[in-house]
Write a protein that binds this ligand. Structure first.
Ligand code: SF4
Length: 471
């Protein structure tokens, strides 16, 4: 993964700052509760939701098990349909390929369909370094780009902004990026949408190159699929001459029958809609119909390493619906920026440390950014057991070696618990010296007692009480 968010503090420090921001918490609470309630109603409409969920899980597991075969099949189908397939091992290679393709067209700007994969590799920044400007066209991504901000949600990247803030961003920043906001713009949703529409329309009509991701790729025909709600994607996918799609290798599904399952699971889980307003599908290129030059960049960037982990690989089933974010009590309070990655919330807590590794303090802290309540697993449409992966990753972080004092304490506790006589003596001693016990732990344990009460040791150990009171 790219280092877009490097420099961020570890999750506990970033979250501590975020929870003090009352406006952020209000915006997040309102937005996540609205989406989660709508999702629950949309899912309840389908009597066979559990079967669909099981089917989605099974299809993804099967595809991941035979990923090599399906990717080759996909490449052959895309090539036969007139497209060109490129393989990118990491973010740098993917960025180099895309920049080279844009340079080859002679253009200096591209329009973009909302894409997590291109954010993951830091494509906009890489293109800017090559003198190419990337214009985001999704409304929320536009807000983030104009506000010089970072996305905080997978589906609603500007979820941390309210209408008044968006009005301010449009009024102040649109002119620097193209058509200015209309005079006297208010924060009425219709006016904000119209301002964005006018601003973006000139970009759609001018652009000769578009960059997209894809929600799915169908191996049997080489077809790519983008689902969206605004129609900006449709404009980018049809008007320009050249289309470059950067897609993670895990997005492939074998057949159209498989796609049918995900086109039911995704809209209800993400936007609580029965079907997506815009579902765009394209296969290679054809003269006189959409872009005449199509390039598919297949992105690994750590995915094959995730695939090698028997517990962690289930994260690759993710269809980026964001349902897990909307129900997570930690995300609701900390917001997306605290996760230090383009993938926030529960899925980010298991995906980012696998894609980037757990060497940095930010990445090592992410598996702990959860209460393990399990709400994320309940709503996940492809049944990713996020708590299981979190615990698995915590084991990995612990194995890297924690604080020396922590290790010594755990070793001492292990020894005492292994020797019953010693344990009894320790319990009695703890009971008799309870008046001297500190209220807060010293050293690395201090952070734990900063937010919790240290449990009081009883005056009499249970064993002694039992001996006296047993019937
Ligand atoms: S982990 Fe599941 S619930 Fe979360 S974004 Fe991915 S598919 Fe959706």
């Amino acid at each position: 993964m790219s280092g877009v968010f490097l420099g961020m503090p570890a999750f506990p420090q970033a979250a501590e700052r975020a929870v003090r921001d009352e406006r952020l918490r209000t915006n997040l609470r309102h937005a996540t509760h609205t989406i989660r309630d709508k999702r629950a109603r949309a899912v309840a409409e389908l009597p066979d939701w559990a079967e669909l969920r099981a089917a989605g899980k099974a299809i993804k597991d099967h595809t991941l098990r035979h990923l090599d075969r399906y990717l080759v099949q996909l490449e052959e189908a895309v090539t036969a349909a007139g497209g060109t397939v490129h393989w990118a091992a990491d973010a740098d290679e993917a960025n180099r390929i895309v920049a080279g393709l844009v340079h080859a067209t002679g253009e200096r700007e591209v329009v973009k369909v909302k894409s997590m994969a291109t954010q993951e590799i830091g494509l906009n920044e890489a293109l800017a370094a090559e003198g190419i400007t990337a214009y985001e066209t999704d409304l929320a991504e536009l807000i983030v780009q104009l506000g010089d901000d970072r996305p905080s949600h997978i589906l609603v990247p500007a979820i941390h902004r309210n209408r008044a803030e968006i009005r301010e961003i449009f009024a102040e920043r649109m002119a620097a990026w193209g058509r200015p906001a209309p005079e006297g713009l208010t924060d009425a949703p219709a006016e904000l949408a119209e301002a964005a529409r006018l601003h973006l329309r000139e970009k759609f009509l001018r652009a000769r190159v578009a960059v997209s991701g894809a929600n799915f790729m169908v191996a049997e025909t080489g077809t790519l699929v983008v689902v969206e709600s605004e129609g900006n994607g449709r404009m980018c996918l049809t008007l320009p001459d050249t289309l470059i799609s950067v897609v993670g290798i895990e997005k492939v599904v074998p057949t159209w029958r498989d796609l049918e399952v995900f086109l039911q699971l995704l809209p209800r889980s993400s936007t609580a809609e029965r079907m997506n307003p815009y579902t765009s599908l394209w296969t290679g290129s054809s003269a006189g119909d959409g872009p005449s030059d199509f390039h598919l960049v297949l992105l690994d960037n750590g995915r094959t390493a995730v695939l090698a982990d028997q517990v962690g690989r289930q994260a690759l089933r993710c269809i980026r619906c964001s349902a897990c974010l909307n129900v997570c009590p930690v995300y609701e309070r900390a917001g997306g920026h605290a996760y230090g990655s383009v993938y926030p919330g529960p899925i980010g807590a298991i995906l980012t440390p696998q894609l980037r590794g757990t060497a940095s303090p930010v990445d090592a802290s992410l598996p702990y950014a959860s209460s393990l309540c399990g709400a994320c697993y309940e709503v996940c449409p492809v049944a990713i057991d996020i708590p299981e992966v979190l615990v698995h990753l915590r084991e990995r972080v612990a194995a890297q070696g924690g604080h020396a004092l922590e290790r010594a304490a755990v070793a001492a506790a292990g020894y005492v618990l292994d020797h019953p006589a010693l344990l009894t003596a320790a319990e009695r001693l703890a009971g008799r010296t309870r008046a001297l016990h500190p209220r807060r732990l010293p050293g690395p344990g201090r952070a734990w007692t900063d937010t919790r009460d240290l449990p009081e040791v009883p005056a009499e150990p249970f064993r002694d009480w039992w001996r006296k009171n047993r019937p």
